[in-house]
Design a protein around this ligand. Structure first.
Ligand SMILES: C[S@@+](CC[C@H](N)C(=O)[O-])C[C@H]1O[C@@H](n2cnc3c(N)ncnc32)[C@H](O)[C@@H]1O
Ligand code: SF4
Length: 398
């Protein structure tokens, strides 16, 4: 996760650069249920409105939570499928909060109603993230459900009214790229606390539909718009949080933005970004799926490290010595192609390995989602070995 607001603020209000302390255990994104009332075109968990057998029981979840706490896991992001379809979601959430975890709820929002908003507020989530992937028609097509946009925006309002910190999560594709300026207006109109731009990752249905990924030029335009917008809001005293995920080239791209806008602060920003360290899969990010399988992150559901029913998460995570996890923990990671020669490798850490693997079948190939040019990354005469398989449509202008 790339905390854009934090870095833009550091450009505007320079302060001494210090290493970011890393918690003992990783952040755990926990897909407690795979069932979902929607069937989104990009869904990495290939969720649908059917019952998936063999999911962890409430007691099993509690046993895992005790181990995660002892292991020093600071954050639980409760996800799915649609986590609000789990009948025990509020019991799990209350227990997680009582144990002292930072608890986030990752939801499509369509099941948040006047009836359950009280329970959601009482659960005490530190943050509720609601997915919105475009304006009404685009969102409903993407999420394959008419009325989804209206229901999710109603959920945003209910959360705001109940005093819950709420954010929109927007996965960028060719289809919703032209609507990004309108999405930013929505933030203002509804006084939304946070905006998370998620780049498309090629796994599950997101792998099958990867041709709808944004072009490099689109991604660059989207990111520049976001930097400018965040900067403008900060100048006006608006402290909304902007974060991005699934493309660690966002760090170097901000560094280039800073070269233009804050040339005196470039060295300090570079140091801060190096401390951040880019992609954290298998190190500071982990995933447990609905069946208890542990993965290096949410997008590696085809790659199992072990099952919490057979071995505690803490042991699975510390004892993992398979080739992918060994590579994740290596510094620098054993990446190839343009990633290997990139002058920003110590900032982005080789970006997103799932995309590289989805296209090339090699964990360590260059990431086809990197939107930086050869000139920017400091490599000469190196054609892309793995290119993003995007559908060719005319580039929209924002
Ligand atoms: C799997 S969903 C589960 C929570 C809830 N059902 C929802 O849609 O918000 C978690 C988040 O991952 C995002 N997501 C799903 N597949 C993705 C992909 N292939 N690439 C990037 N983000 C993805 C969704 O848009 C959502 O914001
Ligand atoms: S992205 Fe979320 S809402 Fe969409 S199908 Fe997957 S789990 Fe359901």
């Amino acid at each position: 996760m790339f905390r854009m607001t934090r870095y833009i603020k550091s450009l505007m209000n320079p302060a001494p650069v210090r290493p970011v302390p890393k918690p003992a255990g990783p952040v755990v994104i926990w897909n407690l249920i795979r069932r979902c009332n929607l069937t989104c075109k990009h869904c990495y968990s290939i969720s649908a409105d059917v019952d998936f057998k063999g999911e962890l029981s409430t007691d099993e979840v509690y046993t895992v939570m005790d181990d995660l706490k002892d292991f020093g896991v600071p954050v639980l992001i409760l996800s799915g499928g649609e986590p609000l379809m789990r009948p025990d979601i509020f019991d799990i959430s209350h227990r997680a909060k009582a144990m002292g975890f930072y608890v986030g709820l990752s939801t499509n929002g369509t099941l948040i109603t006047e009836e359950n908003i009280g329970q959601i507020a009482e659960a005490g989530y530190d943050y509720v993230g609601i997915s919105i992937d475009g304006l009404e028609q685009t969102h409903d097509e993407f999420r394959q459900k008419k009325g989804a946009f209206a229901a999710s925006m109603k959920a945003v309002e209910l959360c705001k009214k109940a005093g819950i910190k709420v954010g929109l999560r927007f996965t960028l594709t060719q289809d919703n790229f032209p609507q990004l300026p309108d999405m930013l207006k929505l933030l203002d109109e509804h006084d939304i606390d946070k905006f998370y731009l998620s780049h498309l990752n090629y796994s599950g249905r997101g792998g099958r539909n990867r041709k709808r990924d944004a072009w490099y030029d689109m991604t660059r335009e989207a990111m520049t718009l976001l930097f400018d917008h965040c900067h403008d809001e900060l100048q006006r005293g608006i402290e909304r949080e902007y974060v991005t995920g699934n493309n660690d080239a966002d760090g170097p791209f901000l560094l280039q933005w800073a070269e233009e806008h804050y040339p005196d602060q470039v060295a300090a920003l570079k140091q801060r970004l190096t401390y951040w360290g880019g992609n954290a899969s298998g190190v500071n990010i982990s995933n447990i799926d609905n069946l208890g399988e542990v993965h290096p992150d949410t997008f590696w559901w085809d790659y199992n490290l072990g099952n919490v029913r057979n071995k505690p998460f803490s042991r699975i995570w510390s004892e993992a010595n398979d080739p992918l996890m060994v590579g994740f923990r290596q510094s620098p990671r054993p990446v190839k192609g343009r990633c290997a020669d990139c002058r920003y490798l110590s900032i982005c850490n080789g970006n997103t390995r799932v995309r590289a693997y989805n296209i090339s079948r090699d964990y360590w190939e260059e990431d086809p989602g990197c939107y930086l040019t050869n000139e920017e990354i400091g490599v000469i005469d190196m054609p892309r070995r793995v290119a993003a398989p995007v559908t060719e449509i005319p580039v929209h202008n924002l």
